[in-house]
Design a protein around this ligand. Structure first.
Ligand code: AMP
Length: 308
């Protein structure tokens, strides 16, 4: 088992209808690694932070067996900062501010001991950085999973398509899939993406769940119907962390295992949204995870009952 995670490690200010949290820990790699840590113990982050990043969080990562040898610290600089505000429906948000700060200097260096990682999770970042990580791997990882966002689709499509061609699974949300494939139909968008190289594509639909597409297979996973969503920040990354963390643990990529990876991703995301930032992800245990797995499983189980 070994998982290499590349992505932002950030400070976020988040506003939701329930309140505001200022300069709390965030970033795609943070959510991915924390979620994956419930499934696998050999995780390393490749990222960059400034001197303003809280030291206690670094200790928390280490306690969760998350290796930080690939986390560059520039003490005189500021960490990547993102400020977002959610609308009342919690499905949509505005980015009020993005300060790239240290990310402008980020040239990822994968430490020697992680260049043979079995699994690589490419969090949402400039596709050039994602590619630079793949190029440093000594052998082709067993499975490469990637995430992206509209900004890279709009501005760096050529680079993005090169990374997509190298990956086994693209995890993307519905609007981004439509934008990438230039079609409204998610089924057509998935087929378009699969033709670019990935073996599978996961299309996330927020509170409406996720779709897993293979070349000739589809699986539909609901989201957990939650009464209260407190802060959706990081839900997508947390989903990706649960997904790849599970695969790193089981080392099996048949369709049944991929379905389970989607369900475990969904379970982790359902916990993530229940508190500001990654707070809830720090307090979970196996019982809590299994409990929601069971709820999801019951949600979609039905027997054939017909009067004739
Ligand atoms: P999600 O809600 O899954 O889209 O992820 C939110 C996290 O992504 C936040 O913690 C942000 O720090 C981080 N983030 C937002 N914009 C960017 C960006 N342009 N590049 C890298 N990370 C970002």
């Amino acid at each position: 088992m070994s998982l290499l995670v590349v992505g932002s490690v950030a400070l976020d200010t988040i506003e939701t209808p329930f309140g505001k949290a200022e300069r709390i820990v965030g970033g795609a790699a943070t959510y991915i690694a924390l979620a994956a840590s419930y499934f696998t113990k050999n995780i390393a982050i490749v990222s960059i932070i400034g001197g303003d990043f809280p030291k206690e969080m670094l200790e928390t990562f280490k306690k969760k067996n998350i290796d930080l040898s690939g986390l560059e610290i520039l003490p005189q600089e500021k960490s990547f900062f993102w400020h977002g505000r959610y609308h009342l429906d919690m499905n949509t948000r505005d980015t009020l501010e993005t300060q790239l700060n240290v990310l402008t200097k980020f040239q990822p260096k994968v430490p020697e001991q992680h260049r043979k990682a079995e699994h690589v999770m490419l969090g949402n970042l400039d596709p050039k950085i994602q590619m630079a990580v793949l190029e440093q791997m000594k052998q082709r990882p067993k499975w490469i999973v990637m995430d992206t966002m509209n900004y890279w689709i709009e501005n760096t499509l050529e680079d993005l398509e090169k990374v997509i061609a190298q990956t086994d699974v693209l995890i993307i949300n519905d609007e981004e899939a439509r934008m990438l494939a230039q079609t409204y139909s998610l089924t057509k968008a998935a087929r378009w993406i699969l033709e670019k190289g990935p073996k599978y594509v996961v299309i996330k639909k927020g509170e409406h769940g996720a779709l897993l597409f293979g070349k000739d297979k589809v699986f539909v996973a609901p989201a957990l119907p939650l009464e209260e969503v407190f802060d959706p920040t990081g839900a997508g990354d947390t989903f990706a962390g649960g997904f790849i963390g599970y695969l790193d643990a089981v080392q099996n990529y048949d369709f049944e295992h991929l379905k389970n990876a989607v369900i475990y991703g969904t379970v982790m995301a359902s916990y993530c949204v229940e508190a500001f930032g990654p707070e809830k992800l720090l307090q979970l245990n196996q019982n809590a995870i299994q409990e929601r797995y069971q709820i999801l499983s019951d949600l979609v189980r039905f027997d054939h009952v017909y009067p004739f």
